[in-house]
Design a protein around this ligand. Structure first.
Ligand code: FES
Ligand code: FES
Length: 154
């Protein structure tokens, strides 16, 4: 058993682990009860587990805990906004009713948030390109793209 210190959603937390190579996703969901990031493929292929590490979108299912340094800032969907003060993307996804089953939506929002931080006025083609590796089995892509555009314009 070992102790791992992380900074998640602005708070310093400490978790007990028995495998330092455990995926970050497991620590977030199982140790810290943050259920925003989802387990989809476990192979970096769907994007449903996406979180930010120092502002960069990463696939937490293939990110070993050992690769996260204590000073790095991990942000999950829960840390992006609150029900009282949602992130513009969270608001836009509701306004566009861009969610069907919802499984992919964590990844769509987290990937888009990192993308919009560096591109504040993207074209539709750029949004599609940014989300090209995030899979949605429900086929709600058109609404997702509209939601990202709406958030960019907000
Ligand atoms: S669960 Fe991580 S990319 Fe699919
Ligand atoms: S809304 Fe169901 S997988 Fe995207």
């Amino acid at each position: 058993m070992a102790t791992k210190s992380l900074k998640v959603n602005g708070k310093r937390v400490s978790i007990t682990i028995d495998d330092p190579e455990m995926p970050l996703l497991y620590a977030l969901r199982d140790n810290l009860a943050l259920k925003g990031p989802r387990f989809g493929c476990g192979l970096a292929q769907c994007g449903s587990c996406t979180v930010h590490v120092d502002g960069k979108a990463v696939r937490s299912c293939v990110t070993p805990l050992s690769s996260i340094r204590a000073g790095q800032k991990v942000v999950t969907l829960e840390g992006l906004g609150t029900p009282q003060k949602p992130h513009p993307l969270q608001k836009a996804f509701i306004e566009e009713q861009a969610v069907q089953c919802g499984y992919c939506i964590n990844g769509m929002i987290m990937e888009s948030a990192a993308f919009l931080a560096s591109n504040r006025n993207p074209t539709e083609a750029q949004i599609k390109q940014a989300l090209a590796n995030n899979l949605c089995r429900c086929g709600t892509h058109a609404r997702i793209v509209r939601a990202v555009k709406r958030a960019a314009n907000a």
